[in-house]
Write a protein that binds this ligand. Structure first.
Ligand code: S3P
Length: 425
C-alpha cells in the first residue's frame, strides 16, 4: 500500500522511464526484422516485459540488461510455433499487437493474459484479422482471450476503425506486413502513430495517403532504437506541478509525438504554463524538455476530438480537476471503460472517497473543483494509472492518501515512488 502525504513544493529536474507504447513496438519489430537490433531506454515495466517474454516464446533471442536490449531478429518468417501459452499479463498492447503478427504465421498460437486482460474486448482486433484471412477463436464466441490463432495466407483490407484505437490500427498494419495487396487503415481522428513511424524506420513500405495509412507487404531490417521518455508517465508529474502554485518542474527527453501531446494542450487550456525546449528527433520520434510552472488552474470542457491524443492521461486530469476553479467536463471518453479497469467508474468512485465532487457521465465525467481534497484509503483496481492519479491527489490532500494494491504501478512506471520523493517537499 502506497501512502502519499501532502507536500508544500514540487520542484526539480527529472527523466521518466521509456515510453511504453514504443518499447513494446521496438521489441516486436526487432523480433520480426532481419538481423540484430538494439533498444536503448527500454521501459522495464511489467507490460513490456510481457512482450519480451512472448517474443522469447516465439523463439527470439533477447538479451536484457536494465533498459538496454539486444534482439536477434529472425525476419518475418523466422518465428517458431510457441511450445506453450503466450502470456500477455496485464498488457492490452502485447495481446493486440502480437495478434497482428501471429495472424501472419501459419503455426498455432494461444495468447492469454491476467484477469483484467481476459475481460477486455478482443473482437475489435479479431474481426479485421479474420477478414484478412486468419483463423481466430476465443472465449464468448471468439471475443475474449485466451485467443487461439492460426494465421497465414493473408490478404490486405481497407478498414475504417470503428473505435479510436492505436492498438487495433497497429494489429492490422502488422498483419499487413504478411498480406498480399495493400492494407489500408482509416480513422476519424489520428491515434498514436508510433507503429507507422517505426515501420518506416525499420524499412517498411508504408505511406500516408489522404488521412489514411497504406502498407504493402514489406521486409524489416534490424535497427538501433532510442526510446523517448513516456509522456504518459511524465503526465502525472506535469499535472501535479501545474496544479501546485510555485511548482517548477523540468522533465528531460520526453517523447513529444504530436499524437501524444493532448496532455500539454489540456493543461495549457486549464491555465498552466508549459514550455518546450531542446527538441530533437530520434528514430522518427520527437523528444524534448518539458518545463512546467505551477499556478491556479480552471476547469474546461474536453470533447472526443482530442481523446485519441489524451486517453491515458484522463485519470490524472480528473485528479487535478478537484483543484481547478469551476467545473471540468470530460466527454467523448467511452474508451476509458475498457482499459485496465473501467477508468470512469474507478476515478469517480475513488475521487468521491476523498471528498471530491465527481459525477459519472455516459461518456466521461464531471468534476467540480473546490480546491479541497480530504485524505483516506482508496483502491487502485489493479490499474497502474488509477493508482498514480490517486497518488497525485495525495500530494494536495488534507490527510494522507493510502492507495491499496499500488504494486500495479510497476506495470508502466517502476521507480514512480522514488521520482515522486525526489521532486516533493
Ligand atoms: C496504446 C494504445 C491505447 C492506449 C494504451 C497503449 C498503444 O490503447 O490506451 O495505453 O500502445 O497502442 P487503445 O488502442 O485501446 O486506444
Amino acid at each position: 500500500m502506497l501512502t502519499v502525504n501532502r507536500v508544500e513544493r514540487i520542484q526539480g529536474r527529472i527523466q521518466v522511464p521509456g515510453d511504453k507504447s514504443i518499447s513494446h513496438r521496438a521489441v516486436m519489430f526487432a523480433s520480426i526484422a532481419k538481423g540484430k537490433s538494439t533498444i536503448e531506454g527500454f521501459l522495464p515495466g511489467e507490460d513490456c516485459l510481457s512482450t519480451v517474454a512472448c517474443c522469447r516464446g516465439l523463439g527470439i533471442d533477447i538479451k536484457q540488461e536494465g533498459t538496454f536490449l539486444e534482439v536477434q531478429g529472425k525476419g518475418q518468417y523466422g518465428l517458431q510455433e510457441p511450445e506453450n501459452l503466450l502470456d500477455a499479463g496485464n498488457s492490452g498492447t502485447t495481446m493486440r499487437l502480437l495478434s497482428g503478427i501471429l495472424a501472419g504465421q501459419s503455426f498455432l498460437s494461444v495468447i492469454t493474459g491476467d484477469g483484467s486482460l481476459r475481460k477486455r474486448p478482443m473482437a475489435r482486433i479479431a474481426n479485421p484479422l479474420r477478414q484478412m484471412g486468419a483463423k481466430i477463436d476465443g472465449r464468448v464466441g471468439g471475443k475474449l482471450a485466451p485467443l487461439i490463432i492460426r494465421g497465414g495466407n493473408l490478404e490486405g483490407i481497407d478498414y475504417t476503425l470503428p473505435v479510436p484505437s492505436a492498438q487495433v490500427k497497429s494489429a492490422i498494419l502488422l498483419a499487413g506486413l504478411y498480406a498480399s495487396g495493400e492494407t489500408i487503415v482509416r480513422e476519424e481522428f489520428l491515434s498514436r502513430d508510433h507503429t507507422e513511424r517505426m515501420l518506416q524506420f525499420f524499412g517498411g513500405n508504408l505511406e500516408r495517403r489522404d488521412g489514411s495509412v497504406v502498407l504493402k507487404k514489406s521486409e524489416l531490417y534490424g535497427q538501433s532504437v532510442k526510446v523517448p521518455g513516456d509522456i504518459s508517465s511524465a503526465a502525472f508529474f506535469m499535472a501535479a506541478a501545474a496544479a501546485m502554485p510555485g511548482g517548477h518542474l523540468i522533465i528531460e527527453d520526453v517523447g513529444l509525438n504530436p499524437t501524444r501531446t493532448g496532455i500539454i494542450d489540456v493543461l495549457r487550456e486549464m491555465g498552466a504554463h508549459i514550455r518546450i525546449d531542446n527538441i530533437y528527433s530520434s528514430g522518427g520520434e520527437d523528444l524534448g524538455t518539458v518545463i512546467v510552472e505551477g499556478g491556479k488552474l480552471k476547469g474546461i470542457t474536453i470533447t472526443k476530438e482530442i481523446m485519441p491524443r489524451l486517453i491515458d492521461e484522463v485519470p490524472v486530469i480528473a485528479a487535478i480537476s478537484a483543484l481547478a476553479e469551476g467545473t471540468m467536463r470530460i466527454t467523448g471518453a467511452e474508451e476509458l471503460k475498457v482499459k485496465e479497469s473501467n477508468r470512469i467508474a474507478a476515478m469517480v468512485t475513488e475521487l468521491k472517497k476523498l471528498g471530491i465532487q465527481a459525477e459519472e457521465l455516459e461518456d466521461g465525467m464531471e468534476i467540480t473543483g473546490t480546491g479541497r481534497i480530504s485524505g483516506g484509503v482508496v483502491e487502485s483496481y489493479g490499474d497502474h494509472r488509477i493508482a498514480m492519479a490517486m497518488a497525485v491527489c495525495g500530494l494536495f490532500a488534507q490527510e494522507p492518501v493510502q492507495i491499496q494494491n499500488s504494486e500495479c504501478i510497476a506495470v508502466s512506471f517502476p521507480g514512480f515512488e522514488k521520482t515522486l520523493k525526489e521532486i516533493t517537499w
